[in-house]
Structure formats: C-alpha cells, structure tokens
Design a protein around this ligand. Structure first.
Ligand SMILES: [Zn+2]
Length: 171
C-alpha cells in the first residue's frame, strides 16, 4: 500500500491505537458531536454553520477534500426519530452544501449518504450524520475510498475558512 502524507489523520490513528475501545452506548452525555456543539468553539471542531435544527461540520478525517457532514442539533440517531422540520432542514442543507462546494471547489460529482446504526457502518452510530462528499474525475475511485488511502490535496483549515465564508454569505 502506498504511503500518503495526511498529517491530520495522525491524531485519529493515535487515538484509535492507544485508547481502549469505548463500547458504551453513545448517549448525548458521551457523544462527541454533542460535546463539540456545547463547547462553542466552532472553528476548533470545524463546525461551519449552525441552523435552527441542524448544523454543517467538516469531516476531520475526510475521504476527500471538502467532505462535509450535516447533523441534527438534537442527539438523534435515525431519520425516523427526527421531526419533519429537522428532516426538511437537513434536506435543504444537502442542497446548500452541494451548491457551495460546486462554487468553491469545482468538483465534478458528489456522493451523498447516510450510514445508520453500527451495522450500517456509521462511525458514531447514535448521532445521525449525512455525508456530502465532493468527487473529482481525477479521484482514483471507489476502492481507495474504502481503504482510506486516498491522497488529500486540499488542506483542512484553509478549506474550512473558505467554506465558512461562503456559507455565511449564502444564507
Ligand atoms: Zn450527539
């Protein structure tokens, strides 16, 4: 397997290796997303914008540059646990994310998806998140995406500031 320089993955790999696996069911009290919302230092956690019922955050361990996630503000794990207003706002935010990513990063396509439940491959199963993943023709395609060995050519912080500015302007 090829080695790829991705400094922001270091923290993730270190955490995974050295911390004992936390098998407790994720509740609001031990949910990383709820904690980040409460902390109120959005730039530190790459939270791009908060809306009435949902928020947009950059994936800190992205498959690709500009990999965004949309989450309900309330700690809810499934779409059917969300209210109509929450679902409607998240759907609208998928569109906002795509519009802004098109404008700012000029991708040639998108993958949009939800993994729910541990068996569905959700990394943090109990707080629903919708992935909006920009794709470029030059992407090396699906297999490297699964293996998480893709080179990421866009620096995370720079992209965060660029997208935040665009989101603030957009709405
Ligand atoms: Zn949560």
């Amino acid at each position: 397997m090829k080695k790829i320089y991705a400094p922001w993955r270091k923290e993730y790999i270190t955490d995974t290796v050295h911390k004992p696996k936390d098998n407790r069911p994720k509740t609001e009290a031990n949910c990383v997303f709820c904690q980040q919302l409460k902390d109120n230092v959005d730039e530190k956690y790459f939270i791009i914008k908060r809306y009435n019922h949902a928020f947009v955050i950059m994936n800190r361990y992205p498959y690709n540059g500009g990999h965004l996630m949309i989450l309900p503000i309330e700690h809810k794990g499934e779409l059917d646990a969300c209210t109509v207003d929450e679902r409607a706002e998240m759907m609208e935010l998928i569109n906002t994310c795509i519009t802004i990513l098109k404008q700012e990063l000029k991708p040639q396509g998108f993958n949009v998806g939800i993994n729910t439940g541990r068996a569905g491959g959700g990394g943090i199963p109990s707080h629903l998140h919708i992935h909006v993943l920009p794709r470029w023709d030059s992407d090396t395609n699906f297999m490297p995406l699964l293996c998480e060995t893709k080179p990421i050519s866009i620096e995370l912080k720079t992209t965060y500031l660029q997208l935040k500015k665009a989101f603030d302007k957009y709405s």
